[in-house]
Design a protein around this ligand. Structure first.
Ligand code: URA
Length: 439
């Protein structure tokens, strides 16, 4: 393989063959292709794009670098959900236990906070003792025992993706639909799924700002072509999801949602994704799927399943009954409306960045995350408010953190005349049958 020739062809707008992509992935994995050549190739791919065949070959090459989960009991549906990432997105913490309580196997492999967005692993680790670094054997054993495991990408799952992603992160080549789609699907398809639901976020708080519809279509096609029925929902991220932003605060809100006491938008998105998961798991009726999910929450079975998961992964399950056991911020302050009028916007990217700056996310890979900091924002776009009405609470380590939070809320919450135009919570459904507008 003559790598400069492959880079040159891609740079000049040509295509690489499936064999060439495979060799590149193997070569990179085995250390024969150095980072500088891979960086150049990624930049060429970023600007020139990849054809559907190339994206597919890239995915196959990435998957071939690792191994996947295998299930002894092939009669059971194995379904996961993946979110492209946003602010206040704690859906996985609610959805995985609810769906697993309905006899579907849910291998919920998740990530850490990236950029301004939070990560499920960081949220789970706010539960005292909770471990997310499970081995593949531990994941498989836990799935067979309680139907769900919540864990991070193991070293065996698509290892080349892990290195490529780190390289893309520092070479400004993340925002490319084929590269993102192959990266996400290389991990998800290694889970041995019989179905996959994608939550593709749209709006300023989304981690990925590339066209949500194109991304959804590309990932869906990759899943379907590999025998994994895949459905994507396009959901709103032009405001935070739910009220809580910040690891422990979001975990507490997810627990409330599991008990049927969470905010309506979180409940609605969870239910919409859960219905798709159950349909992929063999349920034939949409209304019945929704009712089964609601019953799982009402009956307390979903909350019990979350307790089992927490206990199995070393955490303190009592926090489901008593969220006050989660770590608490040292400083708390209520934030009041600066003016009267309509809430025109609660801009999520500003909120997400503030959580990171306050210590709730990483500015460098090695940073420790403070689980206690963040916001609970009750203000919603479209709401009419009067001066000095409470709109949010700021949770911080100290006065400096409170000040950072206050300034962020000043920028993020826009109050004025006129009306807000928030995106529909669930805008469209993308499946092998096409795109269905839902709002
Ligand atoms: N998340 C991933 O796993 N990969 C990407 O490329 C972007 C987001």
């Amino acid at each position: 393989m003559f790598v400069p020739g492959l880079i040159e062809r891609k740079r000049d707008g040509g295509e690489l063959t499936a064999g060439e992509w495979r060799d590149l992935m193997i070569g990179y994995h085995e250390g024969q292709v150095p980072d500088y050549q891979m960086s150049a190739l990624l930049m060429a791919a970023f600007f020139r794009g990849l054809s559907a065949e190339e994206t597919s070959a890239l995915l196959d090459g990435m998957m071939a670098s690792g191994i996947g989960l295998k299930f002894g009991d092939r009669s059971r549906a194995v379904v996961d959900k993946h979110s492209t990432g946003g602010v206040g997105d704690k859906v996985s913490l609610v959805l995985a236990p609810v769906v697993a309580s309905l006899s579907v196997l849910v291998p919920m492999m998740s990530g850490r906070g990236l950029g301004h967005t939070g990560g499920t692993l960081d949220k789970l680790e706010s539960i005292p003792g909770f471990r997310t670094d499970l081995s593949i054997d531990q994941v498989q054993a836990q799935l067979e025992r309680i139907g769900c495991a919540m864990f991070g990408q193991t070293p065996e799952i698509a290892p080349v993706d892990r290195r490529l992603y780190a390289l893309r992160d520092v070479t400004a080549t993340v925002e490319s639909i084929p590269l993102i789609a192959a990266s996400i699907m290389s991990k998800k398809l290694a889970e041995g799924l019989t179905g996959l639901v994608l939550d593709v976020k749209q709006g300023s708080g989304a981690f990925i700002t590339a066209s949500s519809l194109d991304l959804a279509r590309t990932m869906m096609a990759l899943g379907e072509a590999r025998g994994c029925p895949t459905v994507a929902l396009l959901t709103a991220m032009d405001r935070p999801l739910g009220r809580a932003c910040g690891n422990a605060l979001e975990t507490e809100e997810a627990i409330m949602a599991l008990r049927g006491e969470g905010p309506q938008d979180l409940h609605d998105v969870t239910l919409a994704l859960g219905v798709e998961m159950l349909l992929l798991a063999g349920e034939t009726d949409r209304a019945r799927a929704a009712e089964r999910l609601e019953a799982g929450i009402r009956s307390g079975r979903a909350a019990e399943t979350f307790q089992q998961i927490i206990e199995a992964q070393g955490g303190d399950p009592r926090c489901v009954d008593d969220p006050a056991l989660l770590p608490q911020a040292a400083a708390v302050e209520v934030y009041y409306a600066r003016a009267a009028g309509t809430i025109l916007e609660v801009e999520p990217r500003t909120i997400g960045r503030a959580v990171v700056q306050m210590g709730g996310g990483r500015q460098r890979v090695e940073d420790a995350v403070d689980p206690t900091v963040g916001f609970v924002i009750t203000a919603r776009p479209g709401q009419t408010v009067h001066t000095s009405e409470p709109l949010a609470s700021i949770f911080a380590r100290d006065g400096a953190g409170i000040e950072l939070g206050r300034q962020a809320l000043d920028r993020a919450i826009k109050i004025g005349e006129g009306s807000a135009a928030p995106l529909p919570l669930v805008a469209a459904r993308v499946s092998a049958k096409g795109v269905e507008k839902l709002a």
